[in-house]
Design a protein around this ligand. Structure first.
Ligand code: UD1
Length: 417
C-alpha cells in the first residue's frame, strides 16, 4: 500500500496549476448518457473516481472515443446495459449520478444502493422521491434500485434538504421529461451550474441554476457539444489553506476566486493576505495563523469539503477555534489522527474545539477519507520532523498529482510503497 512521507517545516512558495473539478467532472461524464451524439469534455482531471466513472459508463454501453490526458469524447449512441453494479457504487457514491440520465434516456435503470460510507449514512431518498414524483416506478430489490418510466413527466419537486448530486440527478432526468420540472430547495453549488451550462449547450432548457429554484423545460432530444470542466475549488482551497498554515507566498493558476468567497474570507481572518485576478489567486502569509471558527453548510456557506483542512490549520493557530459540521454526521475522523501529532482537539457531538499550539510533531497517521487525507498532509507539512500518511488511496480519488504539485512549491513530500 502506498504512503506519503512528509518532512515538515517548509514554507510554500511559487506557483501551482489547478486541475478540473472532480465534483463537476463526474456529473458531466454522466450527462453523456442523455444524448446519442458525442459529448466532448475538456479539463477532465486524472483521478481514480474519474477512471471508475468511465469504466461504469463503458459497462452501460458508452463508447469512449478519445481518451487523451484531460479530454474525453463520449458516445452513448446505444445504451445496452442501464445498470450500475454494487462493485462500482461501493467504491464511488457518485455512481448514483447515472440513475437520472439512464432512466430519462432508456426508460429503465438498475442501480446498486450506495449504503453508508465512512463519513456518514448518506442516503439517496431525495433522488428516489424526486424521480417518483416525475412518474417513475421504483422498487428496491436486493440492494438495487429498479426504476422504470416510459417517459418522465415534469412536476414541482420540493426537496427536503439540499443535496448536490440529488439536484444534479433530477436536473439531468428533467431535461428529457415531458413538460416543466421545478426543483425547489435545489443545491446552489457551482458544480451544479457547470453541469447546467453543459446541458444548455446540449439543447436543454434550464433556468435558475445557481439559485435554489431551478426550472427545466423538457425537450425531446439533446445533442452533443464540447464543454470545459470548471476548476476545482476544493483543490484550490486545500493548497491555499496549506500555504496559510505553513506560511509562504503561493500563487494558484487556472482557477476562479469567485467560487471561493467564504473560504478566502476565512483565510483572510486567519491573517493571510490575498490578491485575485481573473484566473489566479495569490496568498501570502508571514505569521502564525489566527484561529478561525466556522460552521459548514450548503453553498454559498463554508463547504464541508474544506472543514478538515481548516482543522489542520487551526491546530497551530494562536488561540482557540470552534468548528461545527452540519452536513455529515461522522466527519471528524481526522481528529484522532491529528491528535497523534499532538494536536489539542475536543469533540462534542458535531462540534470540535481546537486549541492551537505553537507546533505539531511528526508521526505516522492513517487517512480515513478523501478530505481527511488532505488535512493530514497539511498537518504533516506544518509538523516538525517526519510524518507518514498511510492509506493514501483515498487521496488519489480526488487530488491530481498532489505530491508533485506540493514539491513544486517547496514541500518535501514523497510517495513510497
Ligand atoms: C456532494 C459532493 C461531496 C460533498 C457533498 C456536500 C459530489 C460528487 N460530491 O456529495 O464532495 O461533500 O456534496 O457538499 O458532488 N442526503 C439525504 N438524502 C439524499 C441525499 C443526501 O439525506 O437523498 C443527505 C446526506 O446524507 C448529507 C446531506 O444530505 O447529510 C448532503 O449530501 P449531498 O449534498 O447529497 O452530498 P453528495 O451529493 O453525495
Amino acid at each position: 500500500m502506498q504512503k506519503l512521507v512528509i518532512h515538515g517545516g517548509h514554507r510554500l512558495q511559487g506557483e501551482i496549476s489547478i486541475s478540473g473539478a472532480k465534483n463537476a467532472a463526474l456529473p458531466l461524464l454522466c450527462a453523456s448518457l442523455l444524448t446519442a451524439d458525442t459529448l466532448t469534455l475538456q479539463n477532465i482531471p486524472h483521478l481514480r473516481d474519474v477512471t471508475t466513472m468511465r469504466a461504469l459508463l463503458e459497462q452501460t454501453g458508452v463508447r469512449i472515443l478519445a481518451n487523451e490526458p484531460g479530454t474525453a469524447e463520449l458516445s452513448a449512441a446505444s445504451i445496452t446495459n442501464p445498470t450500475a453494479s454494487y462493485d462500482m457504487v461501493k467504491t464511488m457514491r457518485a455512481a448514483i449520478l447515472v440513475l437520472g440520465p439512464l432512466l430519462a434516456r432508456t426508460g429503465q435503470a438498475y442501480i446498486s444502493l450506495p449504503g453508508g460510507c465512512a463519513i456518514g449514512m448518506r442516503p439517496v431518498d431525495q433522488h428516489i422521491k424526486g424521480l417518483q414524483a416525475m412518474g417513475a416506478e421504483i422498487s428496491i430489490e436486493q440492494g438495487y434500485i429498479r426504476a422504470q418510466a416510459s417517459r418522465l413527466t415534469g412536476t414541482r419537486i420540493v426537496m427536503d434538504l439540499v443535496t448536490v448530486t440529488g439536484t444534479e440527478n433530477l436536473m439531468m432526468a428533467a431535461t428529457l421529461a415531458s413538460g416543466t420540472t421545478i426543483l425547489e430547495n435545489a443545491a446552489r453549488e457551482p458544480e451544479v451550474t457547470d453541469l447546467a451550462d453543459c446541458l444548455i449547450r446540449m439543447g436543454a432548457k434550464i433556468e435558475g441554476a445557481g439559485s435554489d429554484i431551478i426550472v427545466i423545460h423538457g425537450v425531446d432530444r439533446l445533442h452533443g457539444c464540447s464543454h470545459t470542466v470548471m476548476p476545482d475549488r476544493i483543490e484550490t482551497g486545500t493548497f491555499l489553506t496549506a500555504a496559510a498554515a505553513c506560511g509562504g507566498d503561493l500563487t494558484l493558476t487556472r482557477t476562479h476566486a469567485d467560487t471561493l468567497d467564504v473560504v478566502l474570507g476565512k483565510l483572510t481572518e486567519a491573517g493571510a493576505s490575498i490578491e485575485t485576478g481573473e484566473s489566479w489567486i495569490r496568498l501570502r502569509m508571514q505569521q502564525r495563523p489566527q484561529p478561525v471558527s466556522l460552521r459548514t453548510a450548503p453553498y454559498p456557506a463554508f463547504p464541508t469539503d474544506m472543514q478538515a483542512q481548516f482543522m489542520a490549520m487551526n491546530c497551530i493557530a494562536d488561540g482557540t477555534a470552534v468548528i461545527t459540521e452540519t452536513i455529515f454526521e461522522n466527519r471528524f475522523m481526522h481528529v484522532q489522527e491529528l491528535k497523534r501529532l499532538n494536536a489539542d482537539i475536543q469533540v462534542e457531538g458535531n462540534t470540535a474545539i481546537v486549541r492551537g499550539i505553537p507546533r505539531l510533531d511528526g508521526a505516522s497517521v492513517m487517512a480515513t477519507d478523501l478530505r481527511a487525507s488532505a488535512c493530514l498532509i497539511i498537518a504533516g507539512l506544518v509538523a516538525q520532523g517526519e510524518t507518514i500518511v498511510d492509506r493514501i488511496y483515498h487521496l488519489d480519488r480526488g487530488y491530481e498529482h498532489i505530491e508533485r504539485k506540493l514539491t513544486q512549491a517547496g514541500a518535501q513530500i514523497t510517495r513510497t510503497n
